[in-house]
Design a protein around this ligand. Structure first.
Ligand code: AMP
Length: 142
């Protein structure tokens, strides 16, 4: 099972922000969309970074004034991205090893979607259930 399968189920919309926006703006976006991270883009929709709820918590731990600081100061600029053809098992390993829960999907240099660890686990559990049913049927017909 691949990333393309996740995108087919959840859609390709990606919430983005820009480097000059404030952390408070990002907190509003995360709340409004019920998500955990947004991709930071430049004028040509190129990926400049990613900022997650974890970055906001870390910044606010220094004091609430951080909420007025720009995204560029707190985002992660080196973003690990995935491809539609990547397997779900592979990106699960990537996320676990890198200790992050979000990965933008890039195709032909453009953002084609985003997957979260929640999406990955949901599809992995569904696949295990399907395998279990197939095995049960196989055994009962043996
Ligand atoms: P998360 O677990 O996604 O909330 O993110 C944990 C940390 O990893 C934060 O500092 C994020 O900015 C960073 N991060 C999240 N996703 C990625 C990614 N795909 N590539 C690199 N860093 C990331």
């Amino acid at each position: 099972m691949s990333v393309a399968r996740i995108l087919a189920a959840k859609g390709r919309h990606v919430v983005t922000t820009q480097p000059h926006r404030s952390l408070q703006d990002v907190a509003g976006l995360l709340t409004d969309h019920g998500i955990g991270a947004v991709v930071v883009t430049g004028p040509d929709a190129e990926v400049l970074g990613i900022i997650s709820e974890r970055d906001i918590v870390r910044a606010v731990a220094e004091g609430p004034a951080a909420l007025q600081e720009p995204v560029s100061r707190h985002m992660t600029p080196k973003v690990v991205t995935v491809r539609e053809g990547d397997s779900i098992d592979a990106i699960m390993d990537t996320m676990t090893a890198g200790r992050f829960r979000h990965a933008p999907v890039i195709e032909d240099g453009r953002i084609a979607g985003i997957v979260s660890i929640g999406d990955v686990v949901k599809h992995r559990v569904a696949a295990i259930e399907t395998e279990k049913e197939a095995l049960r049927e196989y055994i009962s017909n043996a």
